[in-house]
Structures are given as C-alpha cells and as structure tokens.
Design a binder for this molecule. Structure first.
Ligand code: NAP
Length: 470
C-alpha cells in the first residue's frame, strides 16, 4: 500500500515570526492564524520565558480584571500552527537576517520598554525614579528585581498625569491587606508594608481638561479606603481656551474627568490617613538634593495659552513652589528602544512604518512589519492594539500574496528551532510556560493570591526545567 501524499492535502503556509508577546503580538498572531486562503504558521518569540508583555509586567496588580485578556491570548496560542519561543532574545540569540532567512515575514511587536526623561537638574539623584522602574518592580518584572525604593519619605511626587501616574499613586495609597491579595512582587509587598508615604502628589503641567488619565481610573481614586483626594480650591477655574475646548470639542472621557474632579472638589475632607493631591499647572524645574539624595522638588506654576495651531500649551509664570520630598517618580510616558539592525526613529522612539510596513531609509521593506507601541508610540489601552495589529497583518498579507513569491516552506528552509538548539538556547514552549504558570498559581493559592510570580529569569528557567522533566 502506498502512503497518502500529505504534502498535497496540506497547502503550503506562509511562515511568520512575531517578535514580542505582548497584546499587539498576540492580536497579530490571532489575525494571522485566521487566514484560510493562504494559511499562515506563526512562531512567537519573547526575550522573557513568560508571555503577555505589559499585561503581566505593566498592568497594576490590583487590576486583575484587565489581566483576564490572557484567556483570549491562551485561546490563540492553543491553535494549530502556533509555536511560542520564550527566553529567546532578538539581537542576542537570533538576528534580523537569520529571521528573514527562516520566515516569509517578520513582525516586530516589542513595545516601548524604556521611558522619557524630564531633562531637568537632579533627575539622577538617589530617590528620583522613573515610573517604569517602579511599575516593573511591583509587578515582579525580572529587569527590575534588583531595584530598591526608599519609601521613608512622607511625601511622594509623581510628575505626569496619565494612567501610569494614577497606577503609581494607587499602589502607594493602598493598605497592605489590599495589596496582599494581589500578584504584586513580594519585595514590593514588604517594602510598601513599611512605607511612610502619607502625602502623594500627582502633578500635571497643564490643566484638568488636558489630563491624560481616563475616568474609570480617576474614579477609583475616590474609593481608596485610607486616602482622600485633595485639589486646590480653584483647580477647576478653567482658562478661556480650555473652557471653549470643553464646550465645543472635548470627548466623552474629558467631560467625565471634569465631572469626577468636581465631585472630588465637593467632597468634604474626611481626615483619612493619607492624602492624594492632584495639582494642575505645575512643571518641575529642578530636583534638589542633599548628600546625593532627593530632598525637594522645585516647580514652576504654569498658565495655559492657545497656540496658533489650536493646541493648548503650558507656559511658565513667575510663581514657584517647592515640595519637600525624598521620592520623585517621573511618569511622562514610555519610550521605545531600537532593536539591533532594525530601522528606528530616535525622535519618536518608534520603528518607521506605513500602515505597519517597515520603512528603511524611506523605502518599504517587503517582508518586515511592526505593530503596537513600537509602531505608533506608547498610547491607548490593551484593546487599542487589536485594530492596530490587524492593520499591520493585512498590509503584510496583501504584500506577500501579491508578491508572486512562493512560501519558504516549499523550499524546505530549515526550522528555527534547530538553529536555537545548535546554539544551546533553552527556549520555553507555550506548554513550558503553562507549567510555570501553574506553579505560580499554586504558590499564590496557598496565600490567597491569584499567583505568586517568579521574579528572575534564572529561577523561572529552574522551575521550567524541573517541571518539564518531572
Ligand atoms: P500618557 O498617558 O502619555 O501621560 C503622560 C503624562 O505626562 C501626560 O500628563 C503629559 O502631559 C505628561 N508629560 C509629558 N512630558 C512632560 C514633561 N516634560 N513635564 C511634565 N509632564 C509631562 O502616558 P502614561 O501614563 O505613561 O500611559 C501610557 C499609556 O498606557 C496611555 O495610553 C495610558 O492610558 C495607558 N495605560 C492604561 C492603563 C489603564 O487602562 N488602566 C494603565 C496604565 C497605562 P501633557 O499632556 O501636557 O503632555
């Protein structure tokens, strides 16, 4: 009897590599695996053994509901023609030309792992941190495991008024009991238990109408059991340009923010243990130090001016303010980092692209694409990455399908897994990750927590290796 010809019954697939397993990466994989006419096989790479990017390492530990999106990602990962390669770093274990040798197309979804600086004196003093580091630390991200935050200061100052600033403020405000029920890192849990922070300042350079936080996140601040929100009495006396914007152009979220801020302003003081001050119209000009450590921050009060292009900008006045503090967080936005050998625009911190197709010196790269924050910059919520990723995948597939090329699979290009094995890279499969996840969940259950995260790559790999074998 002759064997059936399996190659005929299985049509050739495009092989696509996705670098970075955060939301943009997973949404792109989902879209790629949906293709029927010209099917796709996808390998998803991550430099960490663990997947999910900022959903694991960025979303605040008291926001477990947002993390439920991982169930969608798991369903995507459960499909045929999907493989996960965790613990594989682009640029260290594999490079750009090797990727292009093994795949028909490559999609970079590496996010924005760094942060923007303020560019003021004193930013490098001890006690001055980026919110990115603090967030990574309390979320047990291995990159920040060795960071230390001295929480002895009674005042903490957060510069910037986006949702990350709100996250940081909330984590500093919560009681130990609340944090102890989350998947916060053990280091952060114990440091925050002995925190002496009582007054937390969130400082925006512009006014309430321009605040970047969203209403759901702002509302939570009103329900912190031990912390009350404090605003200046005239905080909502809007300048004419902001008033006009609010009446004529503002979206739903901005209007809701103003309603919430009014509610906060009208709430009588409740003598709670901690205060969360939301201060508008102030820009930091210097972080002052004593013996190398932050001792205060100098702020210049601003007024808002409408520019000829219609934007409303902050302009410094003569009024100054100095807050005594030993702890400053800059929370003025994430920033993308270049990938070795991949085009990068230093100014925007993104990969130059057109609808997701990468541009190299202005010309489109036929086989390279990008999605997520490294494509558009650090904006939007988790779900924003879905349409963004779909746009890039559509561009990729229309370019591939009209290229006249045959999938590499038909030429029997070797499997990337072999190359990684030859290099002794101990990659983590999705099954391996599930073993680690199960280990973390069980360890968490014992303490009434959703999971207890393993905090270093070394320990993660030890757990994976022992469970794989057992
Ligand atoms: P963001 O939303 O862009 O906010 C950055 C803030 O920094 C703005 O208030 C901005 O003010 C201010 N800023 C920028 N440069 C400054 C400077 N030189 N001096 C003083 N202030 C400055 O960034 P993010 O908070 O890092 O958040 C990133 C993204 O993640 C956002 O889309 C956010 O919604 C999302 N996120 C969502 C959640 C959630 O859904 N729960 C949680 C965390 C993050 P101007 O407006 O004046 O520039």
């Amino acid at each position: 009897m002759t064997q059936p010809d399996l190659t005929c019954s299985s049509p050739p697939h495009w092989r696509v590599a996705v670098i970075g397993s955060g939301p943009a990466g997973f949404y792109a994989v989902g879209e790629l695996l949906k293709q029927q006419e010209m099917p796709v096989k996808v390998d998803l790479f991550d430099r960490l053994p663990t997947p999910y990017g900022l959903v694991r390492g960025g979303v605040a530990p008291d926001h477990q509901k947002i993390k439920a999106v991982c169930k969608i990602f798991d369903r995507i990962a459960g499909q045929e023609h999907f493989r996960y390669f965790g613990n594989v770093e682009f640029g260290r274990d594999l490079n750009r030309s090797e990727m292009l040798d093994h795949y028909d197309a490559v999609l970079y979804t590496v996010g924005s792992r760094s942060d923007r600086k303020l560019g003021i004196p004193g930013e490098d003093l001890e006690g001055s941190h980026s919110a990115t580091e603090f967030v990574g630390w309390y979320n047990a991200h291995p990159d920040y495991r060795d960071k230390r935050f001295n929480l002895d200061s009674e005042q903490a100052v957060i510069i910037g008024m986006g949702n990350v600033a709100i996250d940081v403020a909330r984590i500093l405000s919560h009681r130990h009991e609340e944090l102890a029920q989350t998947d916060i890192s053990d280091e952060a849990l114990s440091a925050l238990a002995s925190s002496r922070v009582k007054d937390i300042w969130i400082i925006g350079r512009r006014g309430p109408v321009q605040a970047a936080f969203t209403p759901v996140e702002a509302r939570e601040l009103m329900h912190l059991p031990e912390t009350e929100v404090v605003l200046e009495a005239d905080a909502l006396d809007l300048d004419p340009a902001s008033q006009k914007f609010l009446q004529e152009e503002a979206g739903k979220d901005t209007r809701k923010n103003i309603d919430l801020l009014e509610e906060m302003l009208e709430t009588p003081p409740r003598e709670k243990k901690k205060r969360l001050h939301i201060l508008f119209l102030a820009s930091p000009v210097e972080i002052v130090g004593e013996q190398g450590k932050v001792s205060s921050i100098k702020l210049r009060r601003n007024q808002l001016v409408e520019k000829p292009d219609g934007s409303i900008r902050a302009e410094g006045t003569e009024r100054m303010l100095e807050l005594k503090t030993g702890l400053v967080f800059r929370s003025v936005g994430y920033r993308g980092e270049p990938l070795p050998g991949v085009p990068f625009d230093e100014k925007s911190g993104t990969i130059p692209n057109e609808q997701g197709q990468i541009l190299e010196e202005g010309s489109p790269c036929p086989r390279e694409y990008t999605a997520g924050w490294i494509k558009r910059g650090p904006s939007g919520v988790v779900g924003t990455n879905k349409p963004d990723a779909i746009e890039s995948v559509k561009k990729m597939l229309s370019t591939l399908n009209s290229s006249g090329k045959k999938p590499l699979e038909t030429e029997q290009v070797p499997d990337i897994a072999q190359l990684l094995r030859n290099r002794e890279v101990d990659f983590v499969s999705f099954q391996d990750w599930k073993l680690l996840e199960d280990y973390e969940t069980k360890a968490g259950e014992a303490e009434g927590r959703p999971r207890k995260k393993v905090g270093t790559v070394k320990e993660m790999m030890e757990v994976v290796r022992s469970l794989r074998e057992g």
